[in-house]
Structures are given as C-alpha cells and as structure tokens.
Design a protein around this ligand. Sequence first.
Ligand code: SAM
Length: 205
Amino acid sequence: MPFSKFFTFSIFDMRISLIHLAQQSVQKVLLPGDYAIDATMGNGHDTLFLARIVGEQGKIFAFDIQSNALELTHARLKKNLISAPVSLNLCSHGKLLQCIPTSYIGKIKAIMFNLGYLPGSDKSIKTIPEETVKALSEALVLLSTTGCISIVVYTGHPGGLEEANAVRNWLGKVSEEKFEREITILSGRCNPPELIVISPRPERR
Ligand code: SAM
C-alpha cells in the first residue's frame, strides 16, 4: 500500500539542520563511482559533499544561474583538492535534460535541490516555481531506480510560500505507486522549512 512518511521536529527540542538531514538521505544511496546532480550550486557545499562521495570514478553535474556561485564552488572544490569530475553549469536547473547527456538518463543516483536564494547575496535572485517544477520533473527522468531526490524548501522569504505550494502541488501528481516520499518539517517557528525526499519504490526496481 503506497504511503508517505511525515516527520516533524521542533527546533526548540533539538538543533536539526534540514540540509544535514538531506545529506544523510543522499549518503544512504550514493556510492563511489556514482553520478549525482547539485541542482542549486550556491556556495558549493552540496557539490563538495557529493564530489567527496563519488570520487574520481564518479561524476557530478552542478547548476546555478549566478556566475558567482560557479566561482565560489570552483574555489571550494579546489581548496578541498577534489579530484572527482565536476561539471559546473551556468544554467537553470529547468534545463537539466538539455544540459546532461542522454546517456545519463536513469543513471543519476542523487539529485539535490536547496531552494531559495544564495545566502549573503542578492535575495531577489532565487529559485522560482515554474523552473523548480520543470527541474523536478526532469530530475525524475534522470533518477536511477536506486537513487533519491532531496528538496529543501523555504517558505519565509518573498515568493517562498508560492514555491513551496508549487512543489507540494507537483508532488501530489507524482505517482505514489512508483515513488515513496518522506517529508520532514521543522515545526516550532513561523514559516518552517521542509525537506522532501523522493525515491523509487523498491518493488519498482
Ligand atoms: N546548495 C547551495 C550550497 O550548498 O551552498 C545553496 C543553494 S542556495 C539556497 C539556492 C541557489 O539556487 C542560489 O545560489 C541561486 O542562485 C540558485 N538558483 C536560483 N534559481 C536557479 C535556477 N533556475 N537554476 C539553478 N539554480 C538556481
């Protein structure tokens, strides 16, 4: 029977970072030699995290629409002596299928979305519902049957709630027969962020 798992954590009870929880979910499926996507490169923390796991035999595709995100990420990878092949794309994640060779379709083990704006940068440059939803649909096409997609959604900034609603609406249309989902909400504050992790059901593998 298809079902969704819901978790709520109170930030008054424990110091939980949804970004850390997203990385933990990815860590369960991603192995050396795998392929992965950072759909929102930003400061490059997730790109570095993914590159460290997949190593020299793997491959990372990272996306952002801001050139300073590419510069920051490039510097972070260099500083950490990353040898994994990482492709930094100055391109919207709404064009995942255009930018990633078709030979990778169905072979990407982890796809990370950390929505919103780049901390410390221009807050008006942020992920937007139409592009996010298009990217999520394309991510499902690229995803391996043993992989997962993590999405951290913020509702506190202008446009954040609309984007969160668009993601929820999109998720409602994703087959529960084919994909399981875990939703974690940080309760205990206004406009709590959410983590959604989507993975193909084991019986579909
Ligand atoms: N994951 C990043 C990290 O580890 O530092 C943080 C990501 S930050 C919250 C969101 C990023 O999404 C910003 O850098 C922003 O420029 C980027 N972004 C906004 N719209 C985008 C789009 N259509 N395609 C790809 N990236 C986008």
